[in-house]
Design a protein around this ligand. Structure first.
Ligand SMILES: *Cc1c(COP(=O)(O)O)cnc(C)c1O
Length: 338
């Protein structure tokens, strides 16, 4: 089976499983699981932050950030396609009682000018007070698009000048950095909190981390408990995360090259209408009149190739570490034969 539905479909490798089996564990709610502590210290150091917190999912790390940075009734500025708003089950509103100011923007990206134009100051009693700005990099629904450092820095300056917190959903941050070559520390220094996922391109079966300063993580630890995300002998899972950070960041560019190769093939095919620019491991394209996306996906499925619909005529492929070198020509062949 060739599974291009998401980079979450990877299975732990033998080496990763061995690291998990040999992990030393404790009770992480008492904060004495040595492997979790090691992973948190590693992630904090990697991103140049004071502290980090291991959580079951990226939804939880994002929602903890929203909860810690805001009070009920506050407003969050973000792109209308942000994962934290669009794909997290309404959690911002139900868990933290915030309202949202949804911005438009090319390929899921917002700009400093647009943020500036939408800030509600606390001097106006009529409007919900803006306290948080959120960005996503790479941007999932933007086709894995990568923000420039300059754009994120300009937004950071607007946040600082207006006393707003700034959160990065970096579920695929290392995919972005693999392309720009920026250091994670320099990058993360722009933000009050950064969330990263271990279970996407890095290939762990579970897990995300939220990073920030000590005071932020102290509050985040309480919110994680309240959200039901405090876990016990979870060092077995943290060991997979340590393995992922040590071994699987360096190879992300290979996934990008494969995605770009498929993108080029698609551009040459008459039944494809438009291929979004492919910068990382996500490839989004639309089909012309020959096939509906359902027909197209069914035809691929006959060849045991699986992908996702993103709506009428829109299809998403995501490459990852279980999409091997030998699978690439099979996909190319299947696409050309349609
Ligand atoms: C996958 C993802 C998350 C977190 O998702 P979980 O499935 O809850 O781990 C957050 N943000 C983005 C952009 C994602 O792609």
């Amino acid at each position: 089976m060739i599974d291009l539905r998401s980079d979450t479909v990877t299975r732990p490798s033998k080496e990763m499983l061995e690291a998990m089996l040999s992990a030393r564990v404790g009770d992480d709610v008492f904060h004495d699981d040595p492997t979790v502590i090691m992973l948190e210290e590693k992630a904090a150091a990697l991103l140049g932050k004071e502290d980090a917190l291991f959580c079951p999912s990226g939804t939880m790390t994002n929602q903890i950030a929203v909860n810690v940075h805001t009070r009920p009734g506050d407003e969050v500025i973000l792109h209308k396609h942000s994962h934290v708003y669009y794909y997290e089950g309404g959690a911002m509103m139900s868990n933290s009682g915030v309202s949202v100011c949804l911005l438009e923007g090319d390929r899921g990206q917002i700009t400093a000018d647009d943020v500036k134009a939408h800030i509600n100051p606390d001097t106006d009693v009529h409007r919900p007070v803006t306290t948080l700005v959120e960005v996503e990099n790479t941007m999932n629904k933007g086709g894995g698009s990568v923000y420039t450092y300059e754009t994120l820095d300009e937004i950071a300056k607007v946040c600082r000048a207006n006393n707003l917190k700034y959160h990065l959903d970096g579920a695929r941050l290392f995919n972005a950095l693999a392309e720009t070559g920026e250091s994670p520390q320099k990058y993360a220094s722009l933000f009050d909190s950064v969330s990263i996922c271990l279970s996407k391109g890095l290939g762990a079966p579970i897990g995300s981390l939220i990073t920030g300063d000590k005071a932020f993580i102290r509050r985040a630890r309480r919110v994680r408990k309240a959200f039901g995300g405090a876990m016990r002998q979870v060092g077995y899972l943290a060991a997979a995360g340590i393995y992922a950070l040590d071994h699987n960041i360096v190879r992300l560019k290979q996934d990008h090259e494969k995605a770009r190769h498929i993108g080029k093939v698609l551009e040459s095919l008459p039944y494809v209408d438009h291929v979004m620019p492919c910068e990382t491991n996500i490839l989004i394209f639309t089909l012309g009149k020959k096939y509906t996306e359902k027909e197209f996906l069914a035809k691929l499925k006959e060849k045991d190739i699986h992908a996702l619909s993103l709506g009428p005529q829109s299809v998403r492929f995501v490459t990852h570490l279980d999409f091997t070198e030998s699978m690439l020509p099979k996909v190319e062949e299947a696409l050309k034969a349609l």
